[in-house]
Design a protein around this ligand. Structure first.
Ligand code: ZN
Length: 240
C-alpha cells in the first residue's frame, strides 16, 4: 500500500494567495467536482442506485474527490467538495467521505491509470452476484471490461476486507460484481467508468432475461470470440 506523505496539508481551499499553479489546481478540482456530482446524479436518474446507496470518486493529481456519506446527490453544491489523499486523510471539505472509501482508494493504489470509480447497487447486477461466481459471457461488451466479469467474495460494506475481495475480482478487469452488494467499475474518466457500470448492468439484465426462459440455456461467447473483440476494441483506441 502506498504511504503517501501529504504532510500537514489542511485544505486546498486556503490558497487565496496562490500561484498560477495553485489556481489551475483549484479550477481542475472545481470542474472535477462538478462532473462527479453530475455522474452521481446520473446513477440515481438511470435507476442504478436508490437514494445515496452508491458512490463515485475521481482522482485529480494525488487527491481523490469522493461523494460524501449520506447527502442526497441533488443537494450537493460546489461548496461540498470532499477530497482525501491516497492514504484516506481528508484534504478538502468538512463532510464525511463515503463509507466505501477503502474500495475507491484500493483501485487508485492498484492501478495508477485509474482516474474514476463508480460503485452502485444496480438491481440486475446485484441479482447476478447472488447466483454465480462469474457473469457468463453473453455479449461482446464483456471484452470491454477485460473479460468475463467476476463476483468478489462477500465482506461487510466499508471494510478493508471488502476492498481486498474487490481487488482480487478486478485482476485484469475494469469491473466486477460484489456478492450480495453491487458493482464496481473504473476507468480513465468519469464517463468511461459510468458507461462501464451501465454496460455491466445491461449485460446482467440480458443474462437474467435469457436464462429465465424455461427449457433453454443462453448461448455464450467462446474465449476465441472474446479475444477477437478485444483485438478490435484495441484497434478502435478503446482501452479494455
Ligand atoms: Zn455499496
Amino acid at each position: 500500500m502506498t504511504q503517501s506523505r501529504a504532510g500537514t496539508t489542511e485544505s486546498a481551499t486556503e490558497s487565496a494567495t496562490g500561484s498560477a499553479t495553485e489556481s489551475a489546481t483549484d479550477s481542475a478540482m472545481e470542474s472535477a467536482w462538478g462532473e462527479l456530482v453530475a455522474t452521481a446524479r446520473r446513477t440515481v436518474a438511470d435507476g442504478l442506485v436508490v437514494g445515496t446507496s452508491g458512490n463515485v470518486s475521481v482522482r485529480v493529481g494525488d487527491t481523490v474527490l469522493v461523494t460524501p456519506s449520506g447527502v442526497p446527490y441533488d443537494r450537493l453544491t460546489p461548496g461540498d467538495a470532499t477530497g482525501v489523499d491516497l492514504a484516506g486523510r481528508r484534504v478538502l471539505g468538512t463532510l464525511v467521505p463515503t463509507s466505501e472509501l477503502p474500495m475507491h482508494l484500493a483501485v487508485y493504489r492498484a492501478d495508477p491509470g485509474a482516474r474514476a470509480v463508480v460503485h452502485t447497487h444496480a438491481v440486475h447486477a446485484t441479482a447476478v452476484s447472488l447466483l454465480v461466481d462469474e457473469l457468463p459471457p453473453v455479449h461482446y461488451m464483456t471484452a470491454a471490461l477485460g473479460g468475463p466479469v467476476r463476483v468478489a467474495r462477500y465482506a461487510a460494506y466499508g471494510t478493508d476486507e471488502l476492498a481486498r475481495a474487490m481487488l482480487d475480482a478486478l485482476a485484469d478487469r475494469t469491473g466486477c460484481l460484489l456478492r450480495n452488494h453491487g458493482t464496481v467499475t473504473y476507468g480513465t474518466s468519469l464517463d468511461q467508468a459510468y458507461d462501464r457500470t451501465a454496460q455491466l448492468e445491461w449485460m446482467c439484465r440480458l443474462w437474467l432475461t435469457a436464462s429465465s426462459v424455461p427449457g433453454h440455456s443462453p448461448s455464450l461467447l467462446t474465449p476465441d470470440q472474446l479475444a477477437e473483440v478485444a483485438e478490435r476494441l484495441r484497434g478502435y483506441g478503446q482501452h479494455g
